[in-house]
Design a protein around this ligand. Sequence first.
Ligand code: KG4
Ligand code: ZN
Length: 346
Amino acid sequence: MSTVLALETSCDETAVAIVRDRQVLSNVVSSQIAAHQPYGGVVPEVASRQHVEILNEAIAQAFQQATLSWQDIDGVAATCAPGLVGALLVGLTAGKTLAMVQNKPFIGVHHLEGHIYASYLSSPDLQPPFLCLLVSGGHTSLIYVKDCGHYETLGQTRDDAAGEAFDKVARLMNLGYPGGPVIDRLAKEGNPQAFNLPEGQVSLPQGGYHRYDSSFSGLKTAVLRLTQKLQDAGELPVADLAASFQDAVARALTKRAIACALDYGLSAIAVGGGVAANSGLRQHLQAAAEQHNLRVLFPPLKFCTDNAAMIACAAADHLNRGHVSPLTLGAQSRMAIADVMQLYQK
Ligand code: KG4
Ligand code: ZN
């Protein structure tokens, strides 16, 4: 059993948590959405500066919430890849420094492995193997979870991530940032069958379509064209557009996740990332999974969006297995999840 303090600063959330294996003892998340809203998206330099300003206070709060002190901590973790390098460096440098000063082992964590571990926080009985559908602002992946540190990416997006598509479509309909929650809300009042939008299939050179990969740029362009046409004709049916777009994304993700789970004989699908909050995706995936006798896990929203509890949970599992990172570990903007074990000393 390990109690880990983790820092997560890979994008626009400054997060600190303390977790004992799969039990969350404290979970502090400070969102920077307000700081980035005027720019309509995350500005990397603004994100890094905000992390520097907020991090120390967030660490103090995490200890306070958990009513623990340094002597209760077995290891210090920080997200080291993938993400915005300047932002990652803030948490990583702080984490390594604290580990050194407090004489604790340091565990670098891959952000996507963290998203996978979010499912263990809400379903502690979950055991690999299972399929993880990871849908966030930066990623859309189907990951075969074999064991701690052992993953295979079976499918991914060829262009925009699912959350990015929500954000871009919201921007072109002038709905503000972040787009996912607004579109989700509007979609509830609209007709998902109002417009026939493409599901974003990826063609194969030998003909036919890729079973697990997705593409959302064509869908985004289709919404753009439709919006321009409808705008010229009069008022924009925003709710119907939102509902039809959301339905196309939900259908695309559901079809690929179910195909993957069935082809690989996996009986559970754990969903992670901010788009896991989407009500359309939840409905489609739940219904399809029931039809095929598959278990679907949607962690609560606070564990789906970026947080440090999921990072601490992954780190605790690694620490229990003796996986520790060198203090020379650097930040990487890109890193395949298949390479996670490179973060630990042999
Ligand atoms: O996982 P996350 O907090 O951050 C990373 O990208 O790592 O995901 C944020 C993304 C944004 O693109 C946001 O628009 C989307 O998740 N999102 C949603 C919903 N809530 C957040 N997308 C669709 N429906 C939602 N309800
Ligand atoms: Zn994330």
